[in-house]
Design a protein around this ligand. Sequence first.
Ligand code: NAD
Length: 280
Amino acid sequence: MIIDGKKTAEDLRKDLKRKISELKSTYNAVPGLSVILVGEDPASKIYVKNKAKFAKEVGLNSEVIRYPANLEEKVLLNKIKDLNKNTKVSGILVQLPLPSHIDKKKVIDTIDHAKDVDGFHPMNVGNLSSGYKSNIPCTPLGCSILLKKVEKNLNGKHAVVIGRSNLNGKPMTQLLLKENCTVTITHSKTKDLKAECLRADIIIAAVGIPKLVKGDWVKKGAIVIDVGINKTESGIVGDVDFDEVSKVAKAITPVPGGVGPMTIACLLQNTINCFKRSNI
Ligand code: NAD
């Protein structure tokens, strides 16, 4: 089974569009998303453009606030504080990476955790790991939705997460624990990654190394979710060798067209959730 992230994301956006029009008639207001982009990083510019495009498509009020790369940190923090107070803004996202003179932690800490649609604020990270309600980072959230399309009940499955980033690996681990999986987290210092992968019913690869996971690393019938987006001479590829692994896996996400489209759809969903919570 090829897990179609593009179609799943489309369906989710349709559902969100319907929810937004319901919210509009109930509250006479729609959720608002403010995205801040600092500098000219080409990949960030594409991500932000797509976020704005899909936000508009589903009917969110969205704005992109652009700053030059030499922006003073203080100006950015003050802008975030203004957005925190603005009742029309339900969600705030600061596109990462930031220029090196800006302290990323300070920026994330300044965002009101109730408006932190990326789920990176320590309050959201803590709530997620404690099993409380929180904003969940968009990419792992998208991975969970795709996993659930293959198998509703993940009880007792052995999941191996490759990568321990705050963005992907760590929150993914929490979501899998919530589903009662037994989780192994692997990373750059893991001694025998192939042996770990071979024990997995579920593999989540979030590394950033093209085609790292090979066909003979994967148990027959495993589910493989590929988070990686790697630019190579032959185009964009994932962290999984799709041609090899698709022959042994029960289900696999392609790159592109797998996890990527889900990330933005989940961002829109998080924005709606923030709006709803602030209107209860
Ligand atoms: P990161 O660089 O922050 O983390 C990579 C992780 O991989 C680290 O924890 C590191 O320990 C681990 N690692 C490195 N080499 C390894 C090795 N040889 N064996 C095992 N583990 C190793 O990366 P990230 O931000 O988590 O992103 C990972 C990948 O996911 C990248 O390709 C990125 O472009 C992609 N990504 C995709 C989406 C999406 O929407 N699909 C979103 C974010 C990131």
